[in-house]
Design a protein around this ligand. Sequence first.
Ligand SMILES: *Cc1c(COP(=O)(O)O)cnc(C)c1O
Length: 427
Amino acid sequence: MKTKKSQKLYKKAMTLLPGGVNSPVRAFKAVGGNPLFISKAKGSKIYDVDGNEYIDYVLSWGPLILGHAHSSVVKALKKAAERGTSYGAPTKLEIELAELVKNAFPSIEKLRMVNSGTEATMSAIRLARGFTGRSKVVKFEGCYHGHVDGLLVSAGSGGATFGIPDSLGVPSSYASETIVLPFNDVEALRNTLKDNWKDIACVILEPVVGNMGCILPHKEFLAALREETEKYGVVLIFDEVMTGFRVSFGGAQEYYGIKPDLTCLGKVIGGGLPVGAYGGKKEIMQMVAPEGGVYQAGTLSGNPLAMTAGIETLKVLKKSSTYKKLEDKMIQLEEGLKDAAKRAGVKVRFYRAGTMFCSYFTETEVVDAKTAKTSDLDKFKRFFWGMLNRGIYIAPSQFEAGFISLSHSEKDIEKTVKSAYKTFKEL
Ligand SMILES: *Cc1c(COP(=O)(O)O)cnc(C)c1O
């Protein structure tokens, strides 16, 4: 693999950007070595500046469920750009995307568009606090909800990868408003709410945790979350930034049959452009300005290009055959990887929900942050480089989910499984 041009760009980027990147995990710190600079992408493939081709299982960390540069998205974006890139005034496109989202998520009666997942969770928490008049937030160890000050506590991938449990610059007074519990721990949840509910505005979680790999919720855990928050008037927030339109059209809440009070979305709803959204019960959402007293705004919120990419993406996803097709591809990959590991004699635990997945190098069942950390990170590192050298691009961290897209072909998956077998053998 030639990487001369990437190396040169990285050197230059280091002089201009902290760590040479605009988002930390991109820097390959967890796997050693330097990041690749990408020049283009199409369908299931990305290409770096040195001309190497890779089958992409990162997909911009989740948004590109149709694959890169999907023809209907690109066509609509070109047309939209010619009509102007931003107006700072309402458009029909915002209604169209809002309606598509609302129809997919019955728990969402009203919603607000923002520009990122971070903005969505930050705003949903402010709203929950405004609605309840309480200040504390319950989150779960290893769940990432964007880089919101009060939520950068035990926050998954970045932290898990770099061993920084927290961030500098977050006042301890902010962090002290956050209560952190182990994921899937029903008893801890019940006890905490029983003793502290008068101070607790909301409980926020990733219903399937994609920022520690892929950790599935136990049915009893989700049921207890709904039951206990309802009992104490605590707002239940599902952060479906990753799982929304990913594990199923209606997200994890449809997949598991649980209705939260508020939902945060991002990634897929922007179809590769910067979009986030939060929404939920009308009685809560009507507290958002200008209808209510909880302030939240955005110069580029509801941006016409971003709305267009979202609309085109959801239109394809809405077709009845789409998720079946995605599921079939996923099963081919799942069975292929499990079989390859077995043949190579490598112990891996594989988990998936819809088309997000992760394999951990451990024999321990992974149910929370503690068990996720039993994965052999040195093996992961070697697996990562073995795959990359064979033209397979997976996330450069054990604690990130992998994704597949509608563009991944049977041949792509066969090549991936073959490469995985060879790489497993080398471990
Ligand atoms: C990616 C992600 C976020 C943050 O979204 P950004 O668009 O990166 O700000 C929040 N929550 C979850 C679950 C995510 O996966």
